[in-house]
Design a protein around this ligand. Structure first.
Ligand code: ARG
Length: 588
């Protein structure tokens, strides 16, 4: 709900009580956006819903409500339509005043959350010594955007990178490292062991082929868990190497996230199993310690346990998540924990969360949300791969987006006969290329799969980052052309709304807070993308030579007013895009 809707709701609540007595206090006026602009802006459906309760005709109820309804400052006189809808049309003077009010506000009139709280976003979370794949890219982009929205709303956000930096695979990696780089275990310096993914593959081959090696690997796991110095040193070396590689991607994406990997919770794992034992939830099953909760079955329909300790005594992914959950509630004092991973992990989250609840570890005021997302597919609709069939390296993918945008830009610049420096082109290509990849991901409903297409995402037409960035730059172009500094229009630059495209743009500008609120609740960034796309289109209609209005050549006071609308559109785009992790360009 936006500020206007909230005010209207209040007025309706007062009118209902005045008309039908205190019994109706708190009745929802059922205010919705009008289905068609010719009916106005909002429609209240409460008269229909009260008909039974009051034993009266909806139209009669509607007219009693309207008699008591005092919305004259906000709306034109309400009209009753059809079976008893109450139609409301916002007054132009009201819209003008609203726009004037947000103009000088860096938050564009959007209030911060009424109850700011500590929120954790668990996102990105790649695995050490393994590839950071497109799934992690999605998690990184979506998680970052969610964190940005929550931060903007004034919440105290902890961005956590739950990297997979612990587990039995390290035995194999360390044993292999000892074989091929014996010096690495004794030198204090970081060592470049080359491409970690290749290293991982070779270690795995070695592991699969040799039983003696497998035993050595197991010994390394024991030593790692016991904290043996040289083994720990090797482990750190591997982590550092991975970290450097991940950081390249985070820098390119301009994403910040605090690493708190699985290893962090290692000392707490035994406690998790002990406490589950104490609460009587633990069951031994073929030597493994498990918890059974309702609703989870395997393919054969048999109850599926959550294993928290394997028969060899080792802990696993779920144990770590349980420990992390307790730590985040107790130590971090999180009130909402948001996990951003692929939809394939939905069961894992549902199950360990259910176990935690059953164990009584989740207070009522703590919300746990899994934010799942779909797969990234190639243009053939199959799993996303390179032409040669290999998995795509994220760095290559981002670089390619930049290179391709650079080519498009070059063509455009030549066509327009412009003269631009290499530096300018490189900067624009980098910002637009990365933005295009981010936006393509965020603009899809995250729960569905999406097809990765450079051509589509880099196009300056359609719901893409380049389209929006060009609209922003075009607005800045108006200010350059007119020799106007938007910042100097002043707080008292009056808005005057006349033309229909002006009114449509103005109303839409005032809906940003509603959109941000929904994203804060449902954690679906594509709603913000839709809004920004629609806003850009509304701006283009307003600025259209035939259908829209004159701006620089208009007479005062319209000229100034229209410049304010331009400025507000640009500011709204800039703010909205920043919440998606996208930077704007003043010129491109
Ligand atoms: N490392 C995991 C993976 O690559 C994702 C971790 C997600 N976060 C969590 N708390 N389980 O699939």
């Amino acid at each position: 709900m936006n500020a206007t809707q909230e005010q209207l709701k209040l007025k309706f609540e007062q009118a209902l009580v005045a008309a039908f007595g205190p019994d109706l206090a708190g009745v929802d006026p059922i205010l919705v956006a009008a289905s068609n602009p010719k009916f106005g802006d909002y429609q209240a459906n409460v008269a229909l819903s009260l008909s039974k309760k009051l034993g009266k005709q909806p139209r009669a109820i509607a007219s009693t409500i309207v008699e008591k309804l005092d919305v004259s400052e906000i709306c034109e006189p309400p009209e009753i339509a059809g079976p008893g809808f109450i139609n409301l049309k916002l007054k132009t003077a009201y819209l003008e005043a609203q726009l004037n009010a947000i103009q000088a506000d860096p938050r564009l009139g959007i209030p911060t959350a009424k109850t700011p709280q500590r929120e954790i976003v668990d996102f990105s979370s790649p695995n050490i010594a393994k590839e950071m794949h497109v799934g992690h890219l999605r998690s990184t982009i979506i998680g970052d955007s969610i964190a940005r929205v929550l931060e903007f709303q004034g919440h105290d956000v902890l961005r956590l990178n739950h990297v997979g930096d612990w587990g039995t695979q390290f035995g194999m990696l360390i044993a292999y490292l000892r074989e091929v780089y014996p010096e690495a275990l004794t030198t204090a310096n970081a060592l470049d062991i080359g491409d970690l993914v290749t290293f991982y593959r070779k270690a795995k081959l070695r592991f699969d082929a040799d039983e003696a090696f497998q035993e050595t690997a197991r010994q390394e796991v024991v030593k790692l868990q016991a904290g043996a110095e040289d083994t720990l040193h090797a482990w750190k070396l591997l982590c550092e190497q991975s970290r450097r590689e991940f950081q390249v991607i985070y820098d390119l994406l301009n994403v910040s996230v605090i690493e708190r990997g699985e290893s962090f919770y290692n000392p707490l794992l035994a406690g998790v199993v002990e406490d589950l034992e104490k609460s009587g939830l633990l069951v031994e099953n073929q030597g493994a310690k498990c918890v059974f909760v309702e609703g989870f079955t395997n393919r054969e329909g048999e109850p599926l346990p959550l294993i928290v300790q394997k028969s060899d005594g080792g802990y696993n992914y779920a144990t770590t998540d349980l420990a992390a959950l307790r730590y985040r509630i107790q130590q971090d004092e999180a009130k909402r924990i948001i996990y951003v991973t692929d939809a394939g992990q939905a069961n894992h989250f549902a199950q360990f969360i259910k176990v935690a609840r059953k164990a009584g570890w989740v207070p009522d005021d703590v919300e746990l949300v899994h934010v799942p997302f779909g797969l990234v597919l190639g243009e053939d609709g199959k799993k996303f791969k390179t032409r040669s069939g290999d998995t795509v390296r994220l760095r290559d993918l981002l670089d390619e987006a930049i290179v391709r945008f650079h080519e498009l830009l070059e063509t455009k610049i030549q066509e327009e006969g412009r003269n631009e420096t290499e530096e300018f082109k490189a900067h624009v290509a980098r910002v637009a290329g990365i933005s295009a990849v981010k936006y393509a991901d965020l603009s899809q409903n995250r729960t569905s799969n999406y097809i990765f297409s450079f051509d589509k995402m880099l196009s300056d037409k359609g719901n893409t980052a380049p389209y929006m960035l060009y609209v922003y730059a075009r607005i800045q172009g108006i200010s350059r052309k007119g020799g106007i500094n938007f910042e100097e229009l002043g707080d008292n630059a009056k808005v005057v709304l006349q033309h229909e495209t002006e009114l449509a743009l103005a109303k839409y500008l005032l809906q940003l807070d509603e959109v941000i609120n929904t994203v804060e609740q449902d954690l679906l960034p594509h709603r913000l993308c839709e809004y920004l796309y629609e806003l850009s289109k509304k701006f283009n209609q307003f600025y259209d030579r035939d259908r829209g209005v004159q701006v620089l050549s208009a007479e005062e006071p319209l000229r100034t007013s229209r410049l304010v609308l331009c400025d507000l559109t640009a500011k709204t785009l800039k703010l909205g895009l920043s919440l998606l992790g996208i930077q704007v360009l003043e010129r491109m």
